[in-house]
Design a protein around this ligand. Structure first.
Ligand code: ATP
Length: 197
């Protein structure tokens, strides 16, 4: 089973690109969505978070106290590394069990992750795709989608590798600059991946 990682900076359009692959019947594992879900579902992860960041990391009803955790990790690299060391293995576990149920009938699968390269999870993929877009497009898309300020988007971008660095690491590239058709680019890659299996 060919496993292809797909990434891109915030607002680059990686989820949009993945939705196009899904219309071609390709299963997509959305690592960032799963990471959020398992924060309240994976018992090993939950107890690790409580041990590391305190019982107040969760409310009495079991939901995550995002504000508490974000307050600790946002400007503290060491605390963020501790959180990642808990979350990343849990996402890998979830990915392995997802593969068991989704991979058998598909020619290949995609793993979408914003921090594919930063987290090292690209090493568990056979190939990788970078989705890229001009800075102005990324800023306006995220400001509109999330109702946040330009400064808030830039602060989030600061935590990610630059596109130049990711470009050196990626095997394939999709440009979401709103002039080159995404569908045409996805279909070209799809043909290439099918020819590899
Ligand atoms: P994030 O990392 O923040 O989750 P992302 O890379 O997954 O972002 P998307 O969610 O796919 O990006 O796109 C961000 C926003 O921009 C969405 O609201 C999406 O509908 C819009 N968008 C993406 N690509 C285009 C495009 N080519 N034309 C117009 N809008 C677009």
């Amino acid at each position: 089973m060919l496993k292809i990682g797909i990434t891109g900076g915030i607002g680059s359009g990686k989820t949009t690109v993945c939705r196009i692959f899904e219309t071609l019947g390709i299963p997509v594992f959305y690592a960032d969505t799963v990471a959020k879900e398992i924060m309240t579902q994976d018992p090993v992860l939950i107890s690790g978070v409580k041990d590391t960041f305190g019982g107040e990391s969760y409310f009495a009803d079991g939901s995550l106290n995002n504000k508490h955790i974000a307050g600790i990790v946002f400007n503290d690299q060491a605390a963020l590394a501790k959180l990642n060391a808990l979350v990343h293995p849990a996402v890998f576990r979830a990915f392995d069990s997802w593969l068991e149920t989704n991979a058998s009938a598909a020619p290949y699968i995609l793993k979408e992750a914003a921090l594919l390269f930063e987290s090292g999870s690209y090493k568990m993929c056979d190939l990788s795709i970078l989705v890229s877009a001009p800075l102005s497009a990324k800023l306006s898309r995220v400001m509109q989608r999330d109702g946040v300020t330009e400064a808030q988007v830039l602060a989030r971008m600061d935590k990610q590798f630059t596109d130049e660095k990711k470009m050196e690491m990626a095997d394939f590239y999709i440009s979401n600059d709103e002039t080159t058709s995404l569908i045409v680019q996805v279909l070209a890659l799809h043909e290439q991946f099918l020819s590899r299996i």
